[in-house]
Design a protein around this ligand. Structure first.
Ligand SMILES: Cc1cc2nc3c(=O)[nH]c(=O)nc-3n(C[C@H](O)[C@H](O)[C@H](O)COP(=O)(O)O)c2cc1C
Length: 452
């Protein structure tokens, strides 16, 4: 029987798909992996159908607008993330082919203008019948900056300053039309009511945007806004503007502390703690038995070479790791202007599990700095239940090691167990994504940047 309360009471689940979509760095080499999802849209239809059959709340498409490491293509020949469809085009195409699942896409604030983003996501919200979500990140790779007329990426604090103002403008533009602004009065000759469409007249440090937006009010009032990260700047911005915060947390305590921080910061800003959902990433290797799950994991890991793993970790966190001993304990690494929270998390992973740099780097190929679980259905459900029921996660962002296999495994094995335990929805609730997630509709226009 369908239980419309579940999305509000139970956990929220998203699937993280990126580019070619195999989350494990070498997932594309697995015999069953879809290798051509970077340009074969048929694959995406299949992924969306599996996710929707599993009643997942959101299909999220991450993005980078560059080939990371592209200045030395020979060194990254085994990286499948060189071929990836534009995520906004993808979710627009998936909208009419799906009915219930939320469709989320990254659009980084460092390389575009807020008017364009407001217009695109308002359009996607109309096209999808109220299922659009914007992952508002700053972008974090020098290769992206170099594709947008910048020599290097702006400093972390500067990126977040721009991102905060950017998001304010986007949300302000989404308030342009009141719900009943369009009259369509053919007899009277009034297409709209001028009193119900508002200019924004924003003038800030980074943007001057007059508005109004030339797309009517979105079905969700405003599309769901996601913030992804782990630093203080993410807590600050996420607690202020986000409906959902995606984060990488390797362990329970870290996840619980992070969620507490976000919720407390939201309350300090006058928001209800439950108006923002914190969803850590989760990399799941599941099978009927623990031994089979371990074998799945080992099969992928057998392909990883230590030197390649260390170089990849270095690229990920923007730290040159070439001078460190791979077999010594994980060294101390500082956050930097490109990756503020990443290096510290990897150091913690190493210290807590007593791992060498090589071991941390190999684990990063599977799960980066996210939580990793290898086990049978009960093990996976136990971990998720523990995190969810003890304040560490409102839900999870699933990172399928290989697609479609890992996604199908999760939907067919773990979802029924979560449902049996009363932790997950039996069916989709009616309404928009905002309704399904039990998140409040915007009331008054959000605070403008000038008021910060
Ligand atoms: C689940 C998740 C998804 C993310 N998706 C993207 C993305 O699609 N594009 C991107 O440039 N960065 C993405 N990021 C990176 C974050 O925006 C952020 O730069 C990174 O996590 C470091 O966090 P910090 O800036 O708070 O230190 C993602 C992070 C997480 C945890």
């Amino acid at each position: 029987m369908s239980d419309a309360r579940r999305p509000r009471d139970g956990m929220t689940l998203a699937v993280f798909l990126a580019g070619d979509s195999n989350y494990h760095h070498l997932g594309w080499r697995h015999p069953d992996a879809a290798v051509d999802a970077g340009s074969n849209f048929e694959r995406w239809i299949e992924f969306a159908r599996i996710a929707e059959a599993g009643k997942l709340d959101m299909l999220f498409i991450a993005d980078q607008i560059a080939i990371v490491g592209g200045d030395n293509l020979a060194a990254i020949q085994n990286n499948s993330k060189v071929n990836r469809l534009d995520p906004l085009a993808l979710i627009a195409a998936l909208a009419p082919l799906t009915r219930h699942i939320g469709l989320a896409a990254t659009c980084a604030t460092s390389y575009t203008e807020p008017y364009s983003v407001a217009r695109m996501f308002a359009s996607l919200d109309h096209i999808s019948g109220g299922r659009a979500a914007w992952n508002c990140v700053t972008g974090g790779q020098k290769e992206e900056a170099q594709n947008f007329s910048m020599e290097r990426h702006a400093a972390h604090a500067d990126r977040y300053a721009r991102a905060n103002e950017f998001a304010d403008v986007v949300m302000g533009l989404w308030e342009s039309f009141e719900a009943d602004a369009l009259l369509y009065d053919k007899i009277g000759g009034r297409f709209f009511d001028p009193a119900k469409i508002h200019a924004l007249n924003h003038k800030g440090e980074h943007f001057a945007v007059r508005g109004p937006l030339n797309v009517s009010r979105a079905p969700q009032g405003r599309p769901i806004v996601i913030q992804a990260g782990g630093s203080d700047a993410t807590v600050e911005m996420g607690s202020r503007i986000a409906d959902v915060v995606f984060t990488a947390q390797a362990d329970f305590e870290g996840a619980r502390d992070f969620r507490d921080q976000v919720r407390q910061a939201a309350v300090a800003r006058g928001r209800a703690a439950d108006s923002v959902k914190v969803m850590p990433g989760l990399s799941v290797y599941v099978a009927a038995t623990r031994a089979e799950a371990q074998a799945k994991f080992d099969a992928l890991h057998a392909m990883v070479e230590v030197a390649d793993a260390i170089a990849g970790l270095g690229r990920l966190i923007e730290v040159d790791l070439s001078g460190y001993d791979p077999d010594a304990p994980m060294p101390d690494l500082e956050g930097n202007d490109l990756r503020m929270s990443g290096p510290g998390t990897f150091v913690r992973i190493g210290r807590e599990k007593n791992l060498t740099l090589a071991q941390v780097a190999i684990q990063a190929k599977a799960a980066k700095n996210h939580c990793l679980v290898v086990g049978d259905v009960g093990d996976v459900a136990d971990l998720m239940e523990h995190w969810h029921c003890n304040g560490a996660a409102d839900g999870f962002n699933l990172l399928p090691a290989i697609v479609p296999g890992s996604l199908r495994d999760f939907c067919e094995m773990v979802v029924p167990e979560l449902q049996r335990r009363g932790l997950y929805q039996q069916d989709y609730a009616p309404g928009t994504l905002r309704d399904k997630l039990g998140l409040p509709y915007p009331g008054a226009a959000p605070a403008r940047a000038a008021a910060q």
